[in-house]
Write a protein that binds this ligand. Structure first.
Ligand code: RTP
Length: 155
């Protein structure tokens, strides 16, 4: 494939209420910026229960589902869309494992949290899920293409 294929891939990242509460928003944005990804959407939101239930629809049968919704409603969330080469997979690697106990130091969860139920950040797990989540959390006019670079090494 051409080197630039996938440059316009997008993922949905959310700093969860514990991450916002603990002032980790700047640190998280800094990591994505320094990696080289391109921010195309961002907002502080107090997510509604229906939005969260839709977002976590695939986990509705899990025993932790209601606790998860309660946790996600406990404060504002910073919702973001990041763009760049293989951003979905790379962002998941930057986040670490779902359980911080399994996350290596150097990852966001490995560095900043301890419990699976308070794991500070969400990232889409596939390109398809990213598209679904972006359209759930953002209106198209909230996503801004602010740079039109012809240089493929700048994502
Ligand atoms: P996320 O969607 O938040 O990025 O997390 P993930 O893909 O790494 O993990 P997933 O299995 O989709 O779980 C979603 C979120 O549910 C909470 N969780 N709690 N055993 C538990 O108590 C448990 N397992 C998962 C976590 O907040 C996880 O990020």
């Amino acid at each position: 494939r051409a080197a630039w294929t996938g440059v316009y891939e997008r993922t949905f990242i959310a700093v969860k209420p514990d991450g916002v509460h603990r002032r980790l928003v700047g640190e998280i944005i800094r990591r994505f910026e320094k990696k080289g990804f391109h921010l195309v959407g961002m907002k502080l939101v107090q997510p509604s229960e229906p939005l969260l239930k839709e977002h976590y629809w695939g986990l509705r049968q899990k025993p932790f589902f209601s606790g998860l919704i309660e946790y996600m409603r406990s404060g504002p969330v910073v919702a973001m869309v990041w763009q760049g080469l293989d951003v979905v997979k790379m962002a998941r690697r930057m986040l670490g494992e779902t359980d911080p106990a399994d996350s290596l130091p150097g990852t966001i969860r490995g560095d900043f949290c301890m419990e699976v139920g308070r794991n500070v950040i969400h990232g889409s797990d596939s390109v398809k899920m990213a598209q679904r989540e972006i359209s759930l959390w953002f209106n198209p006019d909230e996503l801004i293409c602010w740079e039109n670079s012809s240089q493929p090494w700048r994502y």
